[in-house]
Design a protein around this ligand. Structure first.
Ligand code: GLY
Length: 559
């Protein structure tokens, strides 16, 4: 185990240090791995790659080898990049893949089992990031994950309860049953969880690189398992998968630069729309607790979700310029149309589906040279498709992020359009929204979250708390959240977000409400006067810390 950085982080947490680096993740071993890589002189990309593989071992609920994600990188010189390693629809995917004979969607088919699996991009993505920007040898970055898989780690309360609550369907899968339900009982708190098969797989990837996920025994085994389980993956899908380097979605906000995710994420467009809609309104003056702020923000997010669902998808599917959606005249007219004490109902009515749980994970890294990584990675549903690859890792069910039948709801209640229809080779529309905020030419915050569509509103609210309401980093993270996404129409709120008077006011506007236990699991890093402050979401038992980065700048302040 790698304890030194954690101790160091306690000592350095609030000190201004030359070349200080920081890491925030949802899992303590993964954070320690990231800090250790920084302490060895790795850069932010190195630490991110090591964290990504560590999470595949210690956070199997969402951390992954069988999934994909987005990595936003701003290098020490201030150039920014967006690496899309999201899953892709297999070549054999067709628009009726998840429809019954009468043309109705079969939800289960796109959510559970091999048919729900998209071509994973995690290993090609990490490999590509390393080839472009890595500093330490690839092999050094995967070693900690391999050791964690071989030596094992103690199952925590969160993992045990997730397995109990969401992992039951994995009992149907022979490999998953053996790994997560040894002797027929689910892993319990404090069980030593060793994953020799996964250690072997990571060892192979460590030695042979991306080719392990492109062709050869592992790919053949996965394709055979997929065929046996009714899936459509073929060897060519793995050979042909390529991560995409895309232009960062960046925009100005109140004197800052926001670096965010482009399509196939809805993140950048969503944030730009909502932040522009709020500009010039009394939103800040009303204050965080005023029902008018809550209602106006909810109306703005609801309108942005309407656009998201109607217009967005893989950029290759669009027949218009997505910049039209952030046209200032268009958004000014929206601003004028929204009220702070009125409620705009959705254009149609559908039953509200049960809300899915957090199934994605986000981590943030900065290094001693001021480079930053904001990375959100996912299996989509909890434990993805609830099937495991013969290499000992969980496979995604990202195909459910497509609109199985445009106009009907997916597991998050999102009703999406033809632009997000199932098409071979396309990537499904995402809500994952890694963000880096730049102020005075320097990274000021690195933010992201899991939570399906609530990612968008969670990230947004941390930014508003920090920059519009001038809260401290801790208060910005702790501030209770709410979520509104057009359909379902409720303001979904954390208990502490709304007191009785606020609820009464919102109801008097006509706004339906719904209680949610927690929204988001944000892992963020903020610049403060005394150095980087890495914070894991106080709602959960995540982990964050700072460390002296041995390859440092000369300036004595974080860059
Ligand atoms: N799988 C969650 C998302 O991409 O939005």
């Amino acid at each position: 185990m790698l304890f030194a950085p954690t101790l160091l982080s306690l000592a350095l947490g609030l000190l201004q240090t030359a070349g200080q680096g920081a890491v925030a993740t949802s899992q303590v071993d993964a954070t320690e791995v990231g800090l250790e890589i920084l302490a060895q002189g790795g850069n932010a990309i190195d630490a991110a790659i090591a964290v990504h593989f560590a999470l595949a071992v210690t956070y199997p609920y969402a951390g992954n080898i069988g999934g994909g994600g987005f990595l936003l990188y701003r290098d020490a010189e201030g150039e920014a990049w967006f690496l899309d390693f999201r899953e892709t629809a297999p070549a054999a995917a067709t628009s009726d893949l998840y429809l019954d004979d009468d043309g109705r969607p079969i939800a289960e088919a796109s959510q559970v089992g091999w048919k729900a699996v998209g071509v994973p991009g995690a290993v090609p993505g990490m490999w590509d990031a390393h080839q472009r920007w890595g500093r330490l040898p690839w092999s050094d970055l995967l070693k900690p994950a391999e050791e964690l898989a071989r030596g094992g780690y103690r199952i925590g309360v969160r993992e045990a309860s997730r397995l109990k609550n969401y992992g039951q369907a994995m009992r149907e899968d022979v490999i998953a049953r053996e790994i997560f339900f040894p002797q027929g009982r689910a892993l319990q708190v404090d069980d030593l969880f060793q994953q020799p098969k996964l250690a072997e797989t990571i060892g192979l990837i460590r030695e042979q690189g991306v080719s392990v996920m492109q062709h050869g025994d592992l790919v053949d085994d996965i394709v055979r398992a997929s065929e046996a389980g009714g899936g459509i993956l073929q060897s060519e899908d793995f050979a042909n998968y390529r991560p995409a380097l895309r232009e960062v979605w960046s925009f100005a906000w109140d004197g800052r630069e926001v670096l965010a995710a482009p399509l196939p994420s809805s993140g950048g467009i969503f944030l730009q729309q909502v932040l522009f809609t709020l500009e010039g309104t009394p939103f800040e003056v009303w204050g965080f607790d005023d029902p008018r702020s809550i209602q106006f923000l909810g109306e703005a997010t609801s309108a942005a979700f309407r656009d998201r669902n109607a217009w967005l998808g893989d950029p290759a599917s669009l027949d218009f310029d997505p910049l039209d959606l952030v046209d200032t005249e268009y958004l000014r007219s929206r601003r004028r149309s929204l009220g702070s004490s009125t409620y705009t109902p959705p254009s149609r009515s559908l039953p509200s589906p049960p809300m899915e749980h957090f199934e994605t994970t986000h981590f943030s890294v900065v290094d001693g040279d001021g480079a930053a990584v904001s990375c959100t990675t996912t299996l989509n549903g909890a434990y993805g498709a609830k099937v495991m690859a013969p290499g000992g890792f969980v496979m995604n069910n990202e195909m459910d992020d497509f609109a199985a039948l445009p106009g009907t709801a997916n597991q998050y209640g999102l009703v999406q359009s033809k632009y997000n229809a199932v098409v071979a080779g396309r990537r499904p529309l995402s809500s994952m929204c890694p963000v880096i905020v730049v102020e005075n030419g320097k990274v000021d915050a690195v933010v992201g979250s899991p939570g399906g569509p609530t990612i968008l509103t969670s990230v947004l609210q941390v930014l508003l708390a920090r920059y519009s309401y001038h809260m401290s980093p801790e208060a910005s993270m702790a501030a209770p959240r709410f979520h509104r996404q057009d359909l379902p129409p409720q303001v979904q709120y954390e208990t502490e977000r709304l007191n009785s008077a606020q609820k009464e006011a919102l109801r008097s506007f006509g706004q339906p409400l719904r209680l949610r236990k927690r929204l988001g699991d944000v892992n963020a890093i903020f610049r403060t006067k005394s150095g980087w402050e890495a914070i894991a979401d106080p709602r959960y038992s995540g982990s964050a810390g700072e460390v002296q980065n041995s390859v440092s700048s000369e300036t004595g302040i974080p860059q």
